[in-house]
Design a binder for this molecule. Structure first.
Ligand code: SAJ
Length: 417
């Protein structure tokens, strides 16, 4: 059934575009807004500028049916969803410039009865700042306050929690946190999401909702840090961390995650800092977990360098193969990838001696191109003296190579170790 609501999604990236597409797929009129003309043109032509399974079909159908349209500047709508990036600065402080710009861009077109929903991962207190920016731009409108339900525009904070690669499915079925500035704001926001979300819509206040998103990713970061720290301890003690974790996980209440070459992506390596920056005195474990995970690529590089030095001592010019460049298995996303960072650092340290295998890409990214060669797995296995398994992509998991004499293996994912 079509509904009469017009939803505007500000920021058509990895979250905004799928969200816009899901509303449109339910025959809601959607106006997508992005500052990137290329993204706007691509979407209006029925295409997508990001990689996410199934999304292209849904966008194409939505655009051709006239339910989704992209534009460079906001237009009047009933609901405004803000899904722009919130990176951190060099000092790990959240950078809210994009959110503020988005808020200020919608302010002129707001009218009584609208609802504004912030989806971007944000530090606690961000939604209150958002209300301050709106109120400054539109003194003629009444915005909600914690006490009292009277307002012209409802405001809520509703974070996404979808896994890249499964966004289309998870957007619909995941339970969703709906943080309202007031209970009425939460109800308004919930009614918007009920258009396509089949998961439960869990109402709470804005600060709890903001903290909930950060907590989910900090929880995962701390748990991965535990696994990564164990891998260092086991290496020092001559124990296989993989066997250890397998055995420990047979305890009914133990569930340790897997060590790797570091934590990448745009969420888990970023969001915990939003907690640390607000409460540095208290967030000791969360900060340490970040530091443990951020240091793991250095440890891997040192391991590889030690193997290379050992072989080089026998008068050889060892060749290195980096297996996997993406930030996690079975995706082609190289952004914020520790594996790519390790490959770049090795290529710089050992010029002309690094090969890379990445089954999910056609060409090496700029940062590595010219300094390493992209080869097939078979070639790497045959030619390399040091094999560095960085990402456990399916094609790598399928085989179990036998090392020839003098060949070294640094297996950060424990699939061949
Ligand atoms: N990793 C490990 N060991 C593990 C699991 C993951 O080293 O046992 C590494 C991965 O290789 C990768 C990084 O952690 O480099 C992050 O990968 P991920 O699969 O844990 O998470 P993301 O970044 O793809 O998505 C996360 C999800 N958050 C949680 O699982 C709590 C997702 O639900 C969020 O929506 C997303 O962040 C987000 O947008 O915040």
């Amino acid at each position: 059934m079509p509904n009469s609501l017009t939803v505007s999604v500000i920021g058509l990236g990895y979250i905004g575009l799928p969200t816009a597409a899901m509303f449109a797929s339910r025959r809601t009129r959607v106006i997508g807004v992005d500052v990137n003309p290329l993204a706007v043109d691509t979407i209006n032509a029925g295409g997508i500028h990001i990689v996410e399974p199934e999304l292209d079909m849904i966008v194409r159908a939505a655009v051709s049916a006239g339910h989704l349209r992209a534009t460079l500047s906001p237009e009047p709508a009933d609901a405004f969803l803000i899904a722009v990036p919130t990176p951190f600065r060099d000092d790990h402080e959240p950078d809210m410039r994009h959110v503020r710009a988005a808020v200020e861009s919608i302010a002129p077109v707001l009218t009584k009865g609208n609802v504004v929903i912030l989806e971007s991962t944000s530090p606690v207190g961000a939604t209150e700042s958002l209300i301050g920016w709106l109120a400054a731009a539109r003194p003629d409108l009444v915005f909600p306050r914690k006490t009292g339900d009277v307002c012209d525009v409802h405001v809520a904070y509703c974070p996404e929690r979808v896994l890249p690669g499964q966004v289309v499915r998870e957007l619909v079925i995941n339970d969703r946190i709906i943080g309202g500035v007031t209970p009425a704001c939460a109800e308004r926001a919930a009614s918007v999401y009920s258009i396509f979300v089949t998961g439960e819509l869990l109402r709470t206040d804005v600060r709890t909702a903001e903290m909930c998103k950060l907590t989910e990713n900090a929880f995962r970061d701390v748990n991965i840090a535990f696994a990564n720290e164990l891998s260092l301890i086991c290496d020092r003690l001559g124990i296989s961390v993989w066997e250890l974790i397998r055995l420990a996980n047979r305890h009914p209440r133990v569930d340790i995650l897997q060590p790797g070459c570091g934590v990448g992506g745009h969420c888990i390596a970023v969001d915990p800092w939003f907690i640390v920056s607000k409460t540095p005195e208290e967030a000791r474990l969360i900060r340490t977990a970040r530091e443990v995970n951020d240091d793991k690529p250095r440890w891997v590089r040192d391991k590889v360098a030690a193997a290379v030095d050992e072989l080089a001592a026998n008068d050889r010019q060892p060749r290195i193969a980096c297996l996997g460049l993406a930030f996690k298995p079975d995706i082609d996303d190289l952004r914020e990838s520790p594996a790519l960072g390790i490959a770049c650092a090795l290529a710089e340290r050992f010029p002309g001696r690094v090969m890379a295998v990445e089954p999910n890409i056609e060409a090496l990214p700029k940062s590595l191109g010219g300094r390493a060669t992209l080869v097939e797995l078979e070639e790497a296995l045959e030619q390399a003296d040091v094999l560095v398994l960085l990402v456990d992509h399916k094609p790598f998991r399928k085989i179990r190579p036998s090392l020839r004499a003098g060949q070294r293996l640094v297996d950060t994912r424990g699939i061949w170790a």
